[in-house]
Design a protein around this ligand. Structure first.
Ligand code: GLN
Length: 290
């Protein structure tokens, strides 16, 4: 016997979507997933489903939404489903080669931009562990006086970053570099910036499955028992390549903020400031080279 399944009305699909996700995500997030997906797939304005509750989903619409729903049930971040993430009001391509840009990192960018507002000089900037390229690309869009290089260990991440630089029409020099090896840099730098891996493997039990199961561990985790491992490498690089009076900006793990400040003070820096993020956590550090 053939059963004829009528395509669902949008309202019916919404009920199904909600029921399938409500035990996994808060209601406001479920609502926002629906809006993000229907905007991304069909360019529907947020009011579309409210104003057209009887819209019958086409087979294509229904398939796209159902596939996305299955991914969300499996905790896949919505940004990896749509392959886009907003950062500093710009749309970046993302996939599982790169971390999804975070609002904390936008705050680090604002700090760099505020500091360089009244300085007309041309400055050379290096971003270490660039991932999606959201840091150097945003800096290049917002500040004309920066010449920016960026590096990453991951070929996949560098492809994403280059794609984003093209999308936003900025010139950044990208390099594949492993900072665990000894490297040399051709130019003295005015600014170094980094959001390196800073989560300790022991913190895994506090992490949500959407991060743990989908985001690149290479970009998240430090080696066991070495929470400052990558900062140590960056400080070493800054010894030779950061100009005297140059500035280092870091995104940091709040748990190790004090230990990191101590490490930086014991090196060639004479001013250190730590700032909280919007969630009240010690998340950013700035240091001036002596
Ligand atoms: N902020 C990220 C997180 O909490 C970590 C980013 C990083 O390790 N650099 O998941």
């Amino acid at each position: 016997m053939n059963v004829l399944i009528l395509p669902m009305l949008i309202n019916e699909f919404k009920v199904h979507f909600n029921k399938s996700l409500i035990d996994i995500y808060p209601q406001n997030e479920v609502n926002s997933f629906f809006r993000i997906l229907t905007d991304h797939f069909f360019q529907w304005p947020p009011t579309f489903s409210v104003l057209n509750p009887d819209h019958r989903l086409t087979a294509k619409e229904s398939n796209q939404l159902s596939a996305a729903l299955l991914d969300l049930i499996k905790h896949k971040p919505v940004q990896y489903i749509t392959q886009e993430a907003f950062f500093y009001n710009r749309n970046f391509y993302v996939d599982e080669n790169v971390l999804i840009p975070r609002p904390e990192t936008e705050e680090l960018i604002s700090w760099v931009l505020d500091d360089s507002k009244d300085n007309g000089a041309q400055r050379r900037v290096l971003d270490i562990g660039t991932g999606s390229g959201c840091i150097p690309i945003t800096l290049a869009k917002e500040e004309n006086n920066f010449t920016i290089d960026a590096l990453d260990i991951s070929t996949g991440a560098l492809e994403v970053a280059k794609k984003n630089a093209q999308r936003h029409k900025v010139e950044i020099n990208f390099f594949k570099v492993d900072i665990r090896e000894s490297i040399s840099w051709p130019y003295p730098l005015d600014i170094m910036i980094a959001n390196p891996p800073y989560v300790e493997p022991d913190e895994k039990n506090k992490m949500l499955p959407n991060v743990l199961e989908y985001e690149p561990h290479l970009a998240l985790f430090t080696p066991h028992n070495h929470p400052l491992f990558y900062y140590d490498k960056i400080i070493e690089l800054s010894r030779t390549f950061l100009k005297s009076g140059g500035c280092l900006y870091l995104e940091i793990n709040p748990v190790h903020a004090t230990a990191l400040a101590t490490l930086i003070k014991a090196n060639h820096f004479d001013y250190i400031e730590i700032r909280n993020d919007i969630f009240g956590k010690k998340r950013m550090l700035k240091a001036l080279k002596s």
